[in-house]
Design a protein around this ligand. Structure first.
Ligand SMILES: O=C(O)CCC(=O)C(=O)O
Length: 268
């Protein structure tokens, strides 16, 4: 599906726009080339091995799950990922305003786990008077199958305007309208994550790995305050457009994100 980019951003097809507006997600198959997929897998495993018990601590640690946070700090392939020109128009379609990166995380459901992530909206966000203000993108580093801890989601629930934990008797229980994401490695899924979603238990013998490149509107806090977390060396070599996407020169973001970062939709 790879699109040829000019300096102008492309427009989503009508079908993609309808899918994002009505259902809350769009699936981009074969988004990653085999070489790029393998490079991302290898780099995530290297970082995880190097960070050991502290892996993911810039954000939060989750039961029966390997997590990495602050990945823009960990190499150019992640800088390319968060600013991918074939992806950002989808995010802009959801948020419909200036966007910035909120965080870039790796999440891997452990083999033989019984941990089901409750249905949630990312950062506990409900749309405000201006509309939707968050959008996540899930980069599948492994095939997602019915039993390896795939993502579940309730299409259309981004329009409910309420958090699942406030209206469901048990947000960890299966929802009658939920769907499972059953897609191949190399796929990227763009999700309006006001839509109720979570992850299922991994009952297989293998890890289930994904990257989450998460965006928010310019006037909301970042989940991970990039200016505080990125090394000086990384900040100094970023292009003006990446500095803008990461809100590194943005006094409003400094004010918002220095006070309110690290929010989670389900981890207290
Ligand atoms: O990795 C997944 O399948 C979804 C994870 C998720 O929704 C989260 O960590 O907030």
């Amino acid at each position: 599906m790879m699109r040829i980019m000019s300096t102008q951003e492309f427009t989503l097809t009508q079908q993609e726009q309808r899918q994002l507006d009505e259902e809350g997600y769009v699936i981009l198959r074969d988004f990653l080339s085999p070489a790029r997929l393998e490079a991302l897998r290898q780099r995530c495993e290297e970082i995880y091995a190097a960070q050991g018990d502290s892996a993911g601590a810039e954000y939060r640690q989750e039961p029966q799950t390997r997590r990495l946070a602050n990945l823009v700090n960990c190499g150019e392939l992640f800088e390319q990922l968060v600013s991918d020109p074939n992806l950002l128009p989808y995010v802009r379609h959801v948020i419909k305003d200036e966007i910035k990166l909120s965080s870039l995380n790796f999440r891997s459901a452990n083999p033989h786990s019984d941990w089901t992530q409750p249905l949630h909206c990312d950062v506990g966000a409900v749309p405000d008077e201006k509309g939707f203000w968050i959008c996540n993108t899930i980069w599948l580093l492994d095939d997602f199958t019915a039993d390896n801890g795939t993502t579940r989601f309730v299409p259309g629930s981004h329009k409910v305007g309420q958090l699942p934990e406030k209206v469901l008797a048990d947000a960890s229980a299966p929802h009658p309208d939920e769907q499972l994401l059953l897609e191949k490695a190399g796929t990227v899924v763009v999700m309006n994550t006001h839509m109720w979603h979570g992850a299922t238990a991994n009952r297989t013998a293998n890890h289930r790995r994904a990257l989450h490149s998460f965006y928010c509107r310019w006037d909301k806090p970042q989940q991970q305050y990039q200016k505080e977390l990125l090394s000086r060396e990384v900040q100094d070599r970023l292009s003006p457009s990446l500095r803008k996407l990461l809100a590194l020169d943005d006094p409003l973001n400094d004010e918002l994100s220095s006070k309110f970062s690290r929010a989670s939709g389900f981890m207290k």
